[in-house]
Every structure is written in structure tokens, then in C-alpha cells.
Design a protein around this ligand. Sequence first.
Ligand code: PLP
Length: 460
Amino acid sequence: MNTEAYRQLDREHHLHPFTDFKALGEEGSRIVTHAKGVYIHDSEGHRILDAMAGLWCVNLGYGREELVEAATVQLRELPYYNNFFKSTHPPAVKLAEALCRLAPSHMNRVFFTGSGSEANDTVLRMVRRYWTLEGKPDKQWVIARENSYHGSTVAGMSLGGMAPMHAQGGPTVPKIAHVRQPYWFGEGRLGEGGDGEERRFGPEAFGRECAAALEAKIQELGEENVAAFIAEPLQGAGGAIIPPASYWPAVKEVLARYNVLLVMDEVICGFGRLGEWFGSVYYDLEPDLMSIAKGLSSGYLPIGGVLVGDRVAETLIERGGEFVHGFTYSGHPVCAAVALKNLELMQAEGIVERVREDIGPYLFERWTTLAEHPLVGEARSLGLVGALELVADKTHGKRFAKDLAVGNLCRDISFDLGLVMRSVGDTMIISPPLVITRAEIDELVRLAGAALDETARRLA
Ligand code: PLP
């Protein structure tokens, strides 16, 4: 089948996630056919540097034969069996043990799911169940952050703070509140309306202000009603938002004053993205629960889970009776076998250390040179996550009018030039495979610069 034939069938039958169905029908899709290393290839013969690692997940890069082999062997041995009731199988057991060895020492249990969204659904049920078993059934409220992304199931969407998602599909899950995000460039520096009014104080004061907003929300709802605070170490889909250095220490101080569980959504930050096995380790946090997915299997097969700290696990185990929750594919043997092999490869190849000591700092050095560009108000990176803030007025950091959709323009140009960057409003973001080389980072930065130049030319 040729490209047009694929496009036609796609148009007629396929509803894509996070897509304007009608607009895509008019434009037609890019058909990605194969991939190797950090490059994807499309049906028209283009080779494109995938600086998003798919959807923040292909941490070991494309085409790893060891992962193919692990899946093939497991498919022959036992393609499916479940972990319900009193059964399990070797891949799920081995993966659970391997994960708990890598996790902070107080986390010794894992509940498997098929995805990050299912992991966060599981979190919601676990934290509410925990407090009920502790004799505090009123502790039902979960506090999350505005503009956060925690998945697309009804609970994931409700925990997430994305207003356009809340606006579709009817009521959200009750007793979930949102507090402000520590987004210095977008909300601190630019002021609420992004109006270019420079704040009187700097990012560190802003970070503390955001932590204070969490405390105010706990007080408003009443500590006796609040079950947990859920957040990503570094907000990914919200726009690669690196919190000011003051933020997490201040949040830790707030949480130490109240009896509220900390849930870290490690779906993006887990498995090396910030140069530690978990973003919580990078920020020196001790979460009660962590949601995981994506990089767990380098995205080769769908698998997620919830790592459960001893405090919560003990109550669920000792007093909980049957936990009436689970998915057909919880701990799927083939997905688990691939995840286990992925973790083994990451350890054998020192991938996490490489991000921390070598390739993360190199990305920072090269990526932040893009701050010189007239369109860029800020260039930031941490580990292997980066962002560029596109602005109309560099001096005052003033945004473009929304209807110009400059971020999407830059994203499309970038794709055409051979680089996958994603746009979140007018923030361009990257999250390349953790195996990316220095030469590939040079190419990435050169292509991003070319995309900025072309964007500026079209806006002129
Ligand atoms: N949590 C975070 C932080 C994510 O970025 C995502 C997906 O992008 C999810 C949860 C949902 O994961 P999934 O798409 O596997 O359901």
C-alpha cells in the first residue's frame, strides 16, 4: 500500500487520540513505518530525529534486538496468564522484585497495570482505601496541580488539571482539587495573564508561593479531609516545567506539617529521564506511592504500575482484605518480560549514570545556546528533558497572540525539517531517547535552530 492509500483508510476509519478528527481528515497523517536508534522513518522516505522518544517513552531507543528476543521467548513460553486471585508467573514476580530493588528502600511492593492512566486510577483507589482502613473515611480529597497531566481515563483526567480535558465528557471524579503549578516562566515571571509584567520577586520566591498555595488548600479543605497530594517531579506534558529549586523543599516542609500522603507520578520522570532512576530521588522526596509506565518497558509494550511504600502497603495488606481492583493485563507476562530486560539493559549499560554525568549536562550546554534566538524567551533543560519558550517580545518575555498558534507552526516546520519537537501552546519541548549521542544532540540543536529561523521567517 502506498502513502495515499494508508491516508485514505486512516481518514475513513481511524479516530486518533488528542486529535481534531475533522482537521486531520483534511490534512492526512504522517505514516511512520519503521525506526532505529533515535530516528523514525515515514512512508515517504523521510528520516526524522525523534526528540520526543515517541511519547516520552522509548528510553533505550528503537530497534533493540534484546527486547524483541525477550518478547519472542516469552510469547512462546506463556503468552498470557493473569495475576488475579492466587496465580502469577515468573516474569511478573521477577519484575516486581527488580523494581523494588531500584525504588527507594521504603518501597517494597508493586501493583501492575497496563498504562500510566490505569496506574493513577489505582492510586486514587488505594489512597482513599488506605485512609478508610486507618479509620479516617473522610480523608477523600486529593490535591493535584493545575495544568498537570495524569492520564486520559476518567480518574486520570480528573486528577489532571487540564481545563480543556475537564470541559469534555461530563463531570469529573468528585473530591479532587487543583493548586497552582510552579511554572516560573509562564505564570511567575509573566504574571497570571502572561502580560509581560515582570514580577517583583524571583523564581525562588515564586516556588515558595506555589508551595504555600498547597498549604492554603489543605487548610481550606481541612486536613481531616485530605488524602494525598499528587504531582510529577517535573511537569512533562504541561510544558516540561522545571520547578524552581525552592519548590520541592518547601512542599516537603508543608507535607511534614500535615498527615497527607505524597504521590509522585513518575510516568515520565521514572527510569532515568532526570539522571536518577526516579525523579523523586533527584528531588530528594520520599513518596508514599509512585505511578510508573512508559520508560519501564521503553514503550516497546504497554505496562505500568504503582510502587507502594511500606506505610500504605502494610495497612492494605494487614487490614484491607480483598482489594477489589485489577486489570486483565496487570503484569502481562510478555510486557513484564520486556520490562525486565529493559531494566537489565539500562543497568548493564549505565544509562542512568550517563544521563546524569554526561549526556544530560551536554544537552544543557547545547540546548541553552538556543536562548540567543530572537524567538526564544527561555531555553531550559534538566536531564534529558528540554523546553523553549517562544515569545513575540524577547525583552519583556511577551507571548504571541494565541490564535497565531506559533507553537504548532514551529512543530510542523520542525517535523518537515526532520526533527520531532512537541508544542504545548508556545512552549516547544523535547525528551529524546536516553541513548542519544553527542553528535545526535548537535544535530537536534541544529535542526531546532533551523525550525526557529523558519518560524521567524514565516511570522515576519
Ligand atoms: N502520567 C503522566 C505524567 C503522563 O505523562 C502520562 C502520559 O503521557 C500518563 C500519566 C498517562 O499514561 P498512559 O498514557 O500510559 O495512560
